[in-house]
Every structure is written in structure tokens, then in C-alpha cells.
Design a protein around this ligand. Structure first.
Ligand SMILES: Cc1cc2nc3c(=O)[nH]c(=O)nc-3n(C[C@H](O)[C@H](O)[C@H](O)COP(=O)(O)OP(=O)(O)OC[C@H]3O[C@@H](n4cnc5c(N)ncnc54)[C@H](O)[C@@H]3O)c2cc1C
Ligand code: SF4
Length: 460
């Protein structure tokens, strides 16, 4: 009989006051008993509505059933058939808009906590699972450019099919945004590393410090014998607002700020690339990136951190859970507010940000109400650091060095079908490089679809 409790089992967490002073993981994970009890809330629905909400089509009722009956090994086997990074997805996927949004238990109560149970199973596997066996090689070379979630998923699926896969990554560490963007307190880097180690067990080679388009081009990869290539280079090029003062000292793009903190460990006292400690930080934007930057600034010791967002709380694109965590930790939310200029002192250091108040008008093309300036509402927020988290675009390097690879006006690679075939033969693309900044699970779904098509092309 299913457990008919109406609410999800709560996630144990570090206290807000304590966690705002450290970089350790905020959410602590379910215990065995809680995970099994929560999994038993699943009704094992015949038509599996939750699966239709999952971009990588995990057989959700099947893995929950295994957990409820105490078979974590079986549950991991179900998960790993569809997802190369379950410990990551269990932590950062917006399940509330995907599988859990479709869960029938959500009609009269709360959805089954699918993501939290997924995390439990993946963590169990990391502690107790056996190393994977390397599949027999078919001798065919495949290249993947970019070691973010899309590239790693594509690489994992191709390796499972027996291909000799090499991933070329520009940075010195694999993981993409999972290592340079999402902070340690939301996604510990040791977890990402373990997921990458699993791919290496499958035989995937990861070549870091390899900027494709500079060190080697796509045409040179074909000359080296790679039969098909997947581009998963993400959208790491930051955008700025184009307002006066953006080149002052103390103004960062969220990308630079988060890379310094997460990848280069600027929060550690012995970091080789430290970051200037700021007292009052203003973060511009309302997405996950803005929440992460604000919460990092707080943990670095800032006395006041505010989010400046031009729409209201209701339109904020960040995950609800992340907004709540940021509020609990004491981040100030200056909503319906838009910056117009940044001021500096005589040494060129930021000392304030000029803003206007906004109201919401009719809905725009995105379906969200358009923010309109309230005339004469200017005011200044004192700050010594500004972080711009207003979006990113794909880096132009690959398109500039690959003849025949078409992109749209936003710089996103154009694909001709759902599998991600580009305008170049045998070249596929997926993830943020195609869609613009999106989510981990959509990037993984794209990597999966491309791997399947690359394999089918080799069979033809
Ligand atoms: C701060 C932050 C927080 C986020 N929070 C969430 C969240 O909570 N939940 C969620 O679902 N999504 C979140 N996202 C979005 C999510 O991380 C991305 O959608 C996802 O990582 C995209 O995956 P990708 O594989 O397309 O690209 P990326 O993760 O960007 O990886 C691309 C990789 O390609 C490499 N590369 C780029 N150019 C080259 C080149 N020329 N040669 C070789 N390598 C190259 C890059 O160095 C990088 O490692 C967040 C993003 C950011 C920035
Ligand atoms: S919709 Fe919810 S209750 Fe039904 S099978 Fe999926 S997880 Fe279980």
C-alpha cells in the first residue's frame, strides 16, 4: 500500500545563520528511512505522467518502487539507464517545473519528492556502488567539444555503445557550469568529480586545456580520424547592460565572479587568485545565477548583499527554493528596480549604483509583464561591488573557425532536427550553445539525443 502522507518529507538543511558563513552544502540529503518512506508515496501510476515531464525520460515509478522496497542498487540501475549525472540532477534540476509538476500526488497535496529521492540513490551509489565495466571498443573515434552536462552526457552514451570518445575541454577541469558556475554549497565539486570518474571508467578520455577553434579546429579533428563531433560549448559569454560605469573596478560579470569563487576557490585563504572582499554588494538580475552570486558574496563576508531586479518577486526566473534560501540567509530583494548608472570614486572603485523604480505593464513576447520606468523615481544604492547577472550568450570562437556552421542572430548554433544535427555534416550540437542559457537537464537531454543520432548515422 502506498504511503498516503500529503506532504513531501522535508529536506534536512544547515541552519540559515550557520550556512551563510560557510561554503558547505546547504541541503544535507535524506536518510535511508526517510528516502524509503518518501518513495512509498508513489502510486505507480499506469500512464506515468511524471516521466513525460522528464527531459531524459527516467522511469520514475520504477526507481521509486526499488527504493521503497529497499533495493538501492536496482534503483540506481534504473536511473543510470537514462541519466549520466543523477547526483547532479537530484541537486539542481528544477523538478518543480518538470517531473514533480506532473505528479498526480501534487493534485491534492505535494508531489512525490522525486529529485530528493534521486539524489539519495545517486549518493548511495557513490558510497556503495561497484565500478562500471568498460564496454568493448568498436574502434570508431568520436569527439565531444565541451565537458559540461550536454557534452558529458553525449560522451557517456557513446562510450556505453563502444565508441572511443575524446572530450576536448577549454578549462583545466571538466564539468562546465557545474564546476565554474554553480557554487559548492549547492553542488559540491567532489560530487561532480565522482560523476566524471564514472565516465572515465566507461573509457571516456577527457583532454583539458584544449580550446577548440584555437588549439585545433573542427576540420582538424576530422583530419585526425574523428567520425562525428558533438559541440556542447555552452553559453559562457557574459552580457552587460551598456550603462555608464560598467568598467569601474569592482564591477564583475556573474561569470567572472562565480568562476573566481568556485573554480579558483577564491573563498579559501590560500587561493592563488583571491577576490577583493567587499562590504556592500549589489547583484543585478533575478535568475539562479544572480542568487548564486549573491549567496557567494554573503559567504565571502559582505555585510549587505542586495538583488536588484526589474520585475517583481512573482516573475523571478530563479528556482523558488533558491529564492527562499537566499531570503532566509538575509539577502535583500530590491524588486521593481532597474540600474541606470554605476558611480566610482577618484581611484575608479565602485561606490554606488543609480536606480529607477519600475511598474509592470502589459505582458511582452516572453509572456511576462513588461517593466516600465516610473519617471522621477531615481535613487542611489551605496555599494563597493556590482555583479551583473543578466544573461549570457554562446562564445563565438567555434562558429568563427568552422566554415558552414550556421548560427542565429543570438550566436546560437542552428540545428536542423531534434537530434541536434547542425548545418555541417557529421557535426551535432546541443545544450546552451544551441538554446542559449537554459538548464542542466535540457542540456543532458540534448547530449543524449545527439549520441543516439550519431550512433544511428554510423550504423547506416
Ligand atoms: C551560476 C549558474 C547557476 C545555474 N543553476 C542552475 C540550476 O540550479 N539548475 C539548472 O538546471 N541549471 C542551472 N544553470 C544552467 C545550467 O548550468 C546550464 O544550462 C548547463 O550547464 C548547460 O550545459 P552545457 O553542457 O550546454 O554547457 P556548459 O555547462 O556551459 O559547459 C560548456 C563547456 O564547454 C567548454 N567550452 C566552451 N568553449 C569551448 C571550446 N571552444 N573548446 C573546448 N571547450 C569549450 C566550457 O569551458 C564548458 O566547460 C545555472 C547556470 C549558472 C551559470
Ligand atoms: S506521477 Fe507521481 S505518483 Fe504517479 S508514478 Fe509518477 S511519481 Fe509516482
Amino acid at each position: 500500500m502506498p504511503n498516503m502522507r500529503m506532504e513531501k518529507a522535508p529536506m534536512p538543511m544547515q541552519e540559515a545563520k550557520e550556512r551563510s558563513g560557510n561554503f558547505q552544502e546547504v541541503a544535507l540529503g535524506y536518510s535511508v528511512e526517510v528516502a524509503r518512506d518518501e518513495a512509498a508515496r508513489c502510486l505507480n501510476c499506469k500512464h506515468k505522467p511524471c516521466v513525460s515531464g522528464c527531459p531524459v525520460q527516467i522511469d520514475i515509478p520504477a526507481f521509486l518502487k526499488e527504493v521503497a522496497s529497499g533495493n538501492e542498487k536496482g534503483a540506481y540501475a534504473v536511473l543510470s539507464k537514462s541519466s549520466a549525472l543523477p547526483a547532479v540532477c537530484g541537486r539542481v534540476c528544477p523538478q518543480e517545473n518538470q517531473c514533480e509538476a506532473k505528479c498526480v500526488r501534487g493534485i491534492k497535496g505535494e508531489a512525490v519528492a522525486i529529485g530528493r529521492v534521486e539524489r539519495y540513490v545517486a549518493d548511495w551509489h557513490m558510497q556503495n556502488g561497484e565500478p562500471l565495466e568498460k564496454p568493448l571498443s568498436n574502434g570508431i573515434k568520436m569527439a565531444v567539444i565541451g565537458a559540461g552536462p550536454s557534452g558529458l552526457t553525449c560522451a557517456g552514451d557513446l562510450a556505453r555503445l563502444g565508441y572511443d570518445v575524446t572530450v576536448f575541454e577549454a578549462l583545466h577541469i571538466a564539468g562546465g557550469v557545474l564546476v565554474y558556475g554553480i557554487p559548492e554549497f549547492r553542488l559540491p565539486k567532489s560530487i561532480v568529480q565522482k560523476e566524471i570518474d564514472t565516465l572515465k571508467q566507461l573509457g571516456v578520455t577527457i583532454n583539458t586545456d584544449m580550446v577548440i577553434g584555437k588549439v585545433l579546429t573542427i576540420d582538424e579533428l576530422f583530419e585526425q580520424g574523428f567520425k562525428s563531433i558533438f559541440i556542447g560549448t555552452g553559453a559562457g559569454l557574459p552580457r552587460f547592460m551598456g550603462i555608464p560605469g560598467e568598467s569601474l573596478k569592482g564591477v564583475y560579470s556573474a561569470n567572472e565572479f562565480l568562476t573566481r569563487v568556485n573554480l579558483m576557490k577564491a573563498y579559501k585563504s590560500n587561493s592563488h587568485t583571491p577576490i577583493k572582499m567587499s562590504k556592500k554588494v549589489a547583484v543585478v538580475g533575478g535568475g539562479n545565477v544572480a542568487m548564486d552570486a549573491a549567496r557567494c558574496a554573503l559567504r565571502l563576508g559582505a555585510e549587505e548583499v542586495s538583488i536588484i531586479y526589474r520585475r517583481s518577486m512573482a516573475e523571478m526566473p530563479a528556482r523558488k527554493e533558491e529564492v527562499e534560501h537566499a531570503e532566509e540567509e538575509g539577502i535583500l530583494f530590491r524588486v521593481l528596480t532597474n540600474p541606470t548608472a554605476i558611480f566610482g570614486d577618484e581611484q575608479g572603485n565602485v561606490c554606488g549604483i543609480r536606480c529607477v523604480k519600475m511598474t509592470l505593464g502589459e505582458a511582452d513576447a516572453s509572456g511576462r509583464r513588461r517593466p516600465l520606468v516610473e519617471e522621477g523615481s531615481d535613487f542611489t544604492v551605496e555599494c563597493d561591488c556590482v555583479v551583473m547577472a543578466i544573461g549570457t550568450s554562446p562564445n563565438p570562437l567555434i562558429r568563427q573557425t568552422t566554415a558552414g556552421l550556421d548560427t542565429n542572430r543570438h550566436g546560437c548554433i542552428i540545428t536542423k532536427n531534434e537530434a541536434g544535427l547542425t548545418t555541417r555534416n557529421h557535426v551535432y550540437a546541443g545544450g546552451d550553445a544551441v538554446t542559449g542559457a537554459a538548464t542542466v537537464i535540457l542540456a543532458m537531454g540534448a547530449g543524449k539525443a545527439a549520441a543516439k543520432a550519431m550512433h544511428e548515422e554510423m550504423q547506416a
